[in-house]
Design a protein around this ligand. Sequence first.
Ligand SMILES: Cc1ncc(COP(=O)(O)O)c(C=O)c1O
Length: 415
Amino acid sequence: MVDLAKRLARRARGKEPSPIRELLGYLKVEGMISLGGGYPNPDTFVFDSIDIRFKGGSTATLEGKELSVASQYGPSDAHPALKQELTTWHKSKDGVALGGDQLVVLNGCQEGLFIMAYLFTDEDDSIILSEPAYPGALSAFKSFTRNFVAVPLDEHGMVTSELEIILDRLADRGEKLPKFIYTVPSGHNPGGVALAQDRKEQMLKVASKHDLLILEDDPYQLVSLDGGDLAPTIQSMDTEGRVVRLDSFSKVFAPGLRIGYASGPADLMHQFLLFKQSSNLHTSMFIQATLQKYMSTSGHEGFRKHIRTNCEFYRKNRDAMIEAARKYLPPEVSYNIPSEGMFVWFVLPDKCDAKRMINEQCEKLKVLLVPGSAFSTRGGLTNCMRASFSMVAPEAITEGMRRFGEMVKAEMTRS
Ligand SMILES: Cc1ncc(COP(=O)(O)O)c(C=O)c1O
């Protein structure tokens, strides 16, 4: 097992659990009369009952005890009934059996990115990640450190041979090693690629060699565009307790609800729990109850069916984008065909300036993509662009790509 104490950031050391929250366990004792809690009385809450109607016709009602629980303060790790659902969900999805102290519900994966950097990075620490990188992660991490070690990304995900070379070099020179490896293994945002199995193995091997933690941020795992079995997660292959995994319901349920969960070794999840206690007590019980009601009403197979239907929808959009890219983009532009997620990453000839293209031509041609520099740790990737196929219908995707093709051709004749 990994020694946590030595790697915590200064701000996270010696944090004590909330003395009141620690007493909550006693409430389960049969016959206990608690004069200790400071909770408001649920009889005073405004809700009488809440009916939820899901697409497809199924319904659920929150009332009585369930409604009191959903409206009341709750445990910092998870709504108890949701925790049970998630433990079963995680086991059937990833084959990993989580203990009761190995899961913490979060306000989306984004909160997990913030917590991880809060826990482990002081200002003079660094994080190692593939570039291009998800800007939301860079933004969360930059709250604590501006030091990033960038590893290239290719069609098989982070180039782990490079990861190894970079870390070996740092170690040989006696320099400080990064605090953790950050990776998005499925449907990478913005790269649109999946991390190959042999690279997951190499990442774990390298993490073990240099005694590093891995943050596996996997919100696109279930947005699987070509069907088939899910790839083994890095967490499922970890035998040393080095992986913190982030799962999200944003892409398969509803992002506005802000719900996901972290899982990993119990001592690490305890640190996540302490953070929740001191930041927002817990993720909204109401939102957790809504997800729990959906999972128990539809059943996990019903949920998976809903996800498969949505993946079919996204697959058609992806196919429209790739077909139009083949038709309208000059052969000098390269891209991968994503098997998960919502993004295609376009690499234009070196001389193209994506920011200038957007600034000068996006209004005229009426097509918008995100310039690559948004995904770089130091303003690089200036000849790259990210396109998303999630929000636009296939016909509009085709027309958008035709316009993008015009934009690229104009830039290529200019430069
Ligand atoms: C790679 C990646 N990580 C995390 C997030 C945030 O996910 P959530 O909505 O679960 O906070 C996103 C959202 O786009 C993402 O693309």
